[in-house]
Design a binder for this molecule. Sequence first.
Ligand SMILES: [Zn+2]
Length: 416
Amino acid sequence: MMDKIAQYKNGLLERFLHYVSFDTQSKIGAKVSPSSAGQLKLAKHLQQELFALGLQDIEISKNAVVTAFLPSNVSPKMPTIGFVAHLDTSPQCSGKHVRPEVIENYRGGDIALGLGDEFISPVYYHFLQKLVGKTLIVPDGNTLLGADNKAGIAEIMTALCYLKENNIPHCNIRVAFTPDEEIGLGMDFFPTEKFQCHWAYTVDGGEVGELEYENFNAAKAVVTIYGRNMHTGTAKNIMVNALTLACEFQQGFPAQEVPEKTDGRQGFFHLESFVGDVEKVELHYLIRDFDRVNFEQRKAFLSMLVVDFNRKKRLRRKAEIVMQDNYYNMYDTIRKVPAAVHLADTAMKKCGIEPLHKPIRGGTDGAKLAEKGIACPNLFTGGYNFHSKHEFITLEGMMDSVKVIAKIAELAIKIS
Ligand SMILES: [Zn+2]
């Protein structure tokens, strides 16, 4: 298998380089979906490619969600596995006029990006030392590369191509390419009813071997504290300074439970913004925890802080809190389908890759799919430094991803 699949390396590179030429940066606050026109262009291109590949039920929604089906070549009764990747790139860094450079046989040391002064160096990025001899694909220092997540799309496409052209026995496969993942809206218009599968994988992770199936439970909260303004010359016993009150309120949080002092599976409260004046202050918080019970306790803690504050201060206008859940830990769905993780583990090992299980200190489209009842762990793409001008990927890592995707589809026929 490995020899045949190796022939797909050039095709994979070509596909990837073509996809990154589409500017698909998503836009925060856009009133339309998808949030940028480039995403629909890429979606239409992928639709053509899927058609040429001979997939079935190819559909593209007006929101640029592309779905397609490759029936099993063994039996229609085989399990159905989904593969998902997103069309957009991060709003944090330009994805327009991406000019990728392919560096064969990386010799180690600094890599200058384009003609500017941006460079990537093993001094900052220790993992570069492990990549000597590999083929690196880097941007020119003006944009991100777009490996997040066009590498995922190229890898899924290449795996489909390999399975189909070589008539490798495989399960039923559904694919979906979704818009606006980076702005958290990727699953808002997802046609779940058309994406029936036993479980799915997003191909949206980082270095080779990464396998993620736990993410934060996430909520946000806004606490509003009111004061009373007065000329500072005549303020005695009259002025109530909302800024001072807000500083005091903030002291009520456990000082160690913040993003800058936590990692691994630890949760936190994050004061994201503090805006206002003497009259009124808004404190914006993010609440994160892997454990659902702890997560609920964190929210209750914050609500109690506001209650206690109001009791203690006896202000004419009470402090208010508005809280909203954003997404939940996908593990609550995945633990009911342990085969989803087991199959990915087995596929990686058969490809000679050691799986690296990691909790995601964030959310993914997979978390939203899990809420819709589809277990959806996240597989590696082989990329590094996402959302940045220093983003890059190795061609070998991308090939590893193609092998793992194909292997999952092959091994799935043995599950009944
Ligand atoms: Zn991504």
